[in-house]
Write a protein that binds this ligand. Structure first.
Ligand code: IMP
Ligand code: MG
Length: 176
């Protein structure tokens, strides 16, 4: 079986939508300083593009959670393997995620980070699979809603591959 990639969202569509999202975020959060918390590893291209599209004072920091253990479906348990270093107390924070699938990761992160008393806490997710959600009100800003299929590219991986693709593609196995 050979992996087959079918383009779902093009590089041009991504570039346009990410700029729109930056405007949506500023319109809602206002002009005050902002901390972007990138969820590693998948959100790194989204963070890079979103941060450069945002005006005003922007800080970036990184968190890493573990739940998938390299597989294609969630194990259900979430834990922090790398915490942020900037103090978020009293600051506007936006969690920057690659994709909301079941929503377990985000539900956990939202709860944990809100105990650290940010001035506001919002979530910007590049992708969302509404059919797979097990939690409600997960993301405040969503780039694209997609069907419940396994996608790669623009940060999203399959066994650490494909993160560098500039577009998003549905990954399937096709007969050789
Ligand atoms: P959740 O906790 O089920 O919402 O899963 C979130 C994490 O699962 C994301 O941050 C991704 O790393 C991973 N994930 C979910 N769906 C996909 C996919 O279609 N392709 C690649 N990774 C995915
Ligand atoms: Mg992943």
């Amino acid at each position: 079986m050979k992996p087959h990639l079918e383009v779902l969202i093009t590089e041009e569509q991504i570039a346009q939508r990410v700029k729109e999202m930056a405007s949506e975020i500023r319109a809602e959060v206002g002009p005050e300083p902002l901390i972007l918390l990138c969820v590693l590893k998948g959100a790194f291209p989204f963070l890079a593009d979103l941060s450069r599209a945002l005006d005003g004072d922007v800080r970036v920091d990184f968190v890493q959670t573990s739940s998938y253990a390299g597989g294609r479906s969630s194990s259900g348990a979430v834990r922090i393997v790398k915490d942020h270093e900037i103090d978020i107390t009293g600051h506007h924070v936006v969690i920057v995620e690659d994709i909301v699938d079941t929503g377990l990761t985000l539900a956990y992160l939202r709860e944990l980070l809100s105990t650290r008393q940010p001035k506001s806490l919002r979530v910007a997710s590049f992708l969302s699979k509404p059919e797979a959600h097990q939690h409600e009100n997960l993301a405040d800003f969503i780039g694209f809603e997609i069907p419940k299929k396994f996608v790669v590219g623009y940060g999203l991986d399959d066994g650490e591959l494909y993160r560098n693709l500039p577009y998003v593609a549905v990954l399937s196995e096709s007969a050789p």
